[in-house]
Ligand binder design. Sequence first.
Ligand SMILES: Nc1ncnc2c1ncn2[C@@H]1O[C@H](COP(=O)(O)OP(=O)(O)OP(=O)(O)O)[C@@H](O)[C@H]1O
Ligand SMILES: [Mg+2]
Length: 251
Amino acid sequence: MRASQLDVFAVLSLRNLHVKRGSRVILHDISLSLPAGKTLAVVGESGAGKSTLIAAILSLLKPSAGDVTWNAAPTNRARPALVMQEPRAAFNPVCSLRRSVMEPVVAQGLTLKEGRLERLCAGLELPLELLERRPEQVSIGQAQRAGILRALIPSPPLVLFDEPLSALDAVTQKHTARLISELQQEEGFAALIVTHDLGYAVAHSDQIAVLKDGRIEEIADAKTFATNPQSAYCKSLRYAAIALGALEGAA
Ligand SMILES: Nc1ncnc2c1ncn2[C@@H]1O[C@H](COP(=O)(O)OP(=O)(O)OP(=O)(O)O)[C@@H](O)[C@H]1O
Ligand SMILES: [Mg+2]
């Protein structure tokens, strides 16, 4: 099958993408396709280029070659959303969290279903009164969950999550991951999730792409990756995750 046929149902397609920062090429020849409603996890060590990939998808960085395309259903008017790696970075320091959370809804002229804010806050274990505070007046983990709220509230067709659970304790990670999955099932958004946690990637994604030094080392179905990765590098990632207990019950 040709790439163009594969891309017909894709919400997001990257073709032969090269991205530089300054004079250095950070991403080399990246091709990926994310179908509607599906989840792609991108894993890789620090500095591999994961956040650069997200920046290129959102046109915050211009590719030096290749292209990024995304298509949403005509009925979904919301733009792709981002959960930033640095929990407070999405928030205006002088405004209440509520104002920043609602900013994409207001800016895109969207109307929320009644009770949506309350429902998402409950799922994310964020008391409503907390939204009246400024970002510096909440914990990093609360700011991270408010960042997830901000991304999900407009019902976007595509959500890019950059290490969305990194500041949360293990129990809150589980609750939050479950909320994201439930909402995804109900609303059908596609998700690209950058994570260091292979267990999370295996349990919550359809496909896993491993990025190493700015290149895709391997892409596989999540369950296949958990049991039988192909490259020596991916085998070593799997063994490390097993040693940490991160793959228990995930595959
Ligand atoms: N603004 C910048 N200018 C120049 N180089 C940069 C810039 N930001 C990142 N880099 C470099 O680009 C490479 C990829 O960085 P990137 O932030 O995409 O990594 P990452 O995979 O997201 O890592 P982490 O897991 O630590 O967040 C790194 O070598 C980094 O030093
Ligand atoms: Mg990063």
